[in-house]
Design a protein around this ligand. Structure first.
Ligand code: SF4
Length: 481
């Protein structure tokens, strides 16, 4: 029987659901019984598209051009990743800060009827003549997928015309998946297929691939690299602020790990199958517990179990008195958390360090990994609400209005407008990870709680677009089995 390769669509994995409104206890029980159903929403308020994640994952690669084979609007929300890329350059001491080189083919009504091939060819020509890049990534979109433009064949043909460029098609058509992390997988599938090509290379002793998404700050990169160097690993930090040379070094590593639970997890499996690279896939290193788990995971793979225990002991001695100080400021506070699958569960574990109580958790997917986290959280927190949602602010504000938490940790836009003290968990600009990151994050949460004035004022002047009656409805009324 032919080998079934992973398609890059996260929903294709059994037991993964992405529309659910329940409680921590019930989610745990239903998952164990195999009763979690793949539901849908009869009303939804926007969804993050996987194309943006494919683009954000690679946006900071040197000598690259990114062609979105799409209508103009598709790249609209790339702005968040562009902002992080620009700030990331500033943090790295780059004086002449650049924008990523993004070209949109601007598919329109005519293209839908006659095909968009010519526009894509022209875009590649412009990319080469303007920038002479080493890599050109061509991103599919809903429109190019629906009209059936064969971007693989076009890129192959153009590769003959432009032999100095690697032209890489990426299949991240928005309609293929409601889980935006599928976009990461689509990007990595193409990197393996078109750049690495299963070529085995000589190993570099001590080299470890450390996969990190755009949202990881420079401070977090340095903390992760510091921790890795303490166990004797030389880090190949991929793909953020990296290059073709560093990508080509991926198969030479002795091991791989990722900073995020849903970033490069599928790719690391491929790397093990295709290049024999063992990997560690555990949790996101936010908070003491998760940082310990993450650190032990990669140390085990590279045979540094004894060394890591000594380091962890020292780190605990260093940070525990400081954590105790923060705990005095935060103990007993009720928290609502919203973020990506990796960060939200990691943040939920982090609040335990500070004695805070979880009342609600919003995150895009629930699966076996989430179940392990929820089992852990259910031992600590009394029952809390779980909203499995890719975006859906209307559900979030409804829940906030009912649960009335003391603090909100996550993507803060709507909670801030309701006046809650907010701390951004997707903070690609400041430390959040590792032993040092948790101190910074803890102090930031405490500062926000003690200085809520800005959000309180904001709530007096901002009006969310919902009727008062919505706040009395069941937050999950539009989720249908
Ligand atoms: S690719 Fe599809 S889902 Fe993504 S932005 Fe474009 S139209 Fe929207």
């Amino acid at each position: 029987m032919a080998e079934v390769k992973y398609s890059g669509v996260r929903e294709s994995k059994p037991g993964r659901v992405n529309d659910l409104g329940t409680t921590g206890k019930k989610a745990e029980e239903d998952f164990k019984k195999g009763c979690l159903k793949r539901a849908d929403r009869s009303f939804a308020q926007g969804l993050q598209c996987q194309q943006i994640n494919s683009m954000a994952a690679l946006m900071s690669l040197e000598d690259s051009v990114f062609i979105s084979h799409s209508p103009q609007g598709c790249v609209g929300c790339a702005i968040m990743a562009i902002d992080m890329y620009r700030v990331g350059q500033a943090h790295r001491g780059i004086k002449n800060i650049e924008n990523p080189r993004i070209i949109v083919t601007n598919l329109d009504q005519k293209s839908v009827v006659f095909g968009g091939e010519q526009k894509l060819r022209e875009a590649v020509k412009k990319a080469v003549t303007r920038y002479t890049p080493k890599m050109i990534f061509v991103y599919a979109s809903c429109a190019s997928g629906i009209i059936g433009d064969d971007i693989d064949a076009i890129c192959e043909d153009l590769s003959d015309e432009y032999p100095d460029q690697l032209i890489v098609p990426i299949h991240c058509e928005g309609f293929k998946s409601k889980i935006c992390a599928s976009g990461f997988d689509a990007a990595f599938i193409s990197i393996n297929k078109y750049i690495l090509k299963k070529e085995k290379k000589e190993k570099i002793p001590g080299l470890v691939n450390l996969f990190a998404p755009t949202t990881v700050s420079f401070a977090d990169q340095k903390e992760m690299e510091r921790m890795m160097s303490l166990i004797g690993a030389q880090v190949n930090y991929i793909p953020f602020y990296s290059s073709l040379e560093k990508i080509r070094r991926i198969p030479q590593a002795e091991a791989s790990t990722s900073i995020c639970k849903v970033f490069a997890d599928e790719f690391m499996k491929e790397l093990e199958e295709d290049y024999g690279i063992p990997y560690s896939h555990t949790v996101m290193p936010i908070g003491i517990r998760n940082t310990d788990i993450w650190y032990r995971g990669i140390a085990k793979v590279i045979g540094k179990e004894k060394e890591v225990e000594e380091i962890i002991e020292k780190e605990h001695l260093r940070i525990e008195p400081l954590v105790a100080e923060i705990r005095k400021r935060l103990e007993g506070k009720r928290v609502f958390i919203c973020g990506g699958t990796g960060r939200s569960f990691a943040a939920a574990a982090l609040i335990d360090d500070f004695g805070m109580q979880l009342v609600g958790l919003e995150t895009p997917t629930y699966d076996g990994d989430a179940q392990a986290d929820v089992e852990y959280l259910n031992n600590i927190h009394k029952d809390y609400v779980i909203d499995i949602a890719n975006m859906q602010p209307f559900e979030q504000v409804n829940l906030l209005n009912k649960l009335k938490p003391d603090a909100f940790i996550g993507v803060p836009q709507w909670a801030a407008q309701l006046g809650y003290p907010t701390t951004h968990v997707l903070d690609g600009k400041r430390p959040t990870m590792g032993y040092d990151g948790l101190l910074y994050l803890g102090r930031k949460i405490a500062d926000q709680l003690e200085n809520p004035g800005f959000n309180v004022k904001l709530s007096k002047h901002a009006k969310l677009p919902y009727r008062d009656s919505w706040y009395n409805e069941d937050a999950f009324k539009y989720i249908i089995d």
